[in-house]
Design a protein around this ligand. Sequence first.
Ligand code: OGA
Ligand code: MN
Length: 228
Amino acid sequence: MTTSSVFASSPGPAPPGGPFDGDTLDHIAERLETEGYAVVPNALPPEHVNRLFLALKETPAADFRRAGIGRKDDFQLNRFVRSDEICWLHGDTPAARDFLSWMEALRQGLNRRLFLGLFDYEAHYAAYPEGAFYKKHLDAFKGRSNRVLSTVFYLNPNWQPTDGGELVIYNEADNQELERVLPEYGKLVIFLSEVFPHEVLPARRERYSIAGWFRVNNTAAGAPDPAR
Ligand code: OGA
Ligand code: MN
């Protein structure tokens, strides 16, 4: 996907204190509106990306847990579905706090443009050891989740096409491949959680990302918020 044409034409005020300028927010909103997903290379200032990467590398291995599937009641470990390891972000390093505040700027910027009513955000680091994968799945099922928008931010310096590990996004209706995304350093992918089946292909080296979800608040509407 090329982004230059869109970036070239839409002026807009930068959000106060946020890393996303108005053009980037306009671009993301426009892609979400027309395609339902957006791929943004070099989404954040490089020095911040480097800090995030260092913070990730300094996170003790013991803080990472094998990821499961399903919700609270039917949570299960299933090595055939996914084999990554995750560590939830609680803002306990300056870099993680930065990241969460950028996503807050993104949340506000998208709410202003698309009226999505995004309420909060949750995210985890994910480490895919060499050969790890995440089979085709949806991040949310209609009416069963409050996850609305999925984000994936990649932290893999010098990722090469031969390294594999692509995120493959599918069209829900006919299962055709829409996009194959290399998990390149500083790239952000955003998509509607209920709409796009996607998978992570096995990689030939360790692969790092921050996966996150903007959520709406269903509790206010009288329905109990489902656990993740
Ligand atoms: C997920 C996911 C994609 C990726 O964590 O749900 O689909 O590219 N991650 O890491
Ligand atoms: Mn997913």
